[in-house]
Design a protein. Structure first.
Length: 175
């Protein structure tokens, strides 16, 4: 028996997420230099000097686990947003937050509705929990979200609706 046979069937069917190529790899392949990468939500400007200063200050404590509750940040954001601290969820990126959502709300066979094309992780995290992805095509050459089509795709089995605003991947927004 191979280890693949032990993997749950819905996980075996997942397509690996194809990450963007690092600039170094692209430049090597194409024999070019000075590339500015605009994909993968990366900034061509680099980190701000304030971020670099904060990192430098934190290096002396790098051997310790960070505050998993993000207490100080949670308090500051709650004040700034005028919400209760427990209304804020932190993660190490969008992927972790999306996984938390589907682990919390999707049981095997439940549905997640989302516009498509969109963020590639929506179907990945849905299928990873045994959920049923329900992509809704984004119509027209302007690639604007059709909110009515999204609402029309909701069924009694729908437990999650993924909606990025502004819309990932075109940047259009819903008022």
């Amino acid at each position: 028996m191979s280890i693949r046979d032990l993997v749950r069937p819905h996980i075996r069917e997942l397509e690996p997420y194809p990450p963007g190529k690092p600039i170094e790899e692209l430049e090597r392949e194409l024999g070019i230099q000075g590339t500015i990468k605009l994909a993968s939500n990366e900034s061509p400007l680099g980190p701000s000097p304030r971020v670099l200063e904060a990192i430098q200050r934190g290096l002396a404590e790098i051997h310790r686990y960070p505050d998993g509750s993000s207490y100080n940040l949670r308090q500051a954001l709650a004040r700034h947003l005028s919400v209760a601290p427990e209304q804020i969820v932190f993660g190490t990126g969008a992927d972790e937050i999306l996984e938390l959502v589907v682990k919390t709300f999707l049981a095997p066979g439940d549905e997640a509705v989302y516009p498509w094309p969109s963020f590639a992780m929506y179907p990945v995290v849905t299928v990873g929990m045994g959920g049923v992805p329900r992509p809704v095509a984004v119509p027209g050459p302007d690639f604007k979200l059709d909110v009515d089509a999204l609402l029309g795709a909701i069924t009694p089995r729908t437990r999650v609706v993924f909606l990025a605003n502004p819309y990932n991947s075109t940047g259009t927004s819903i008022g």
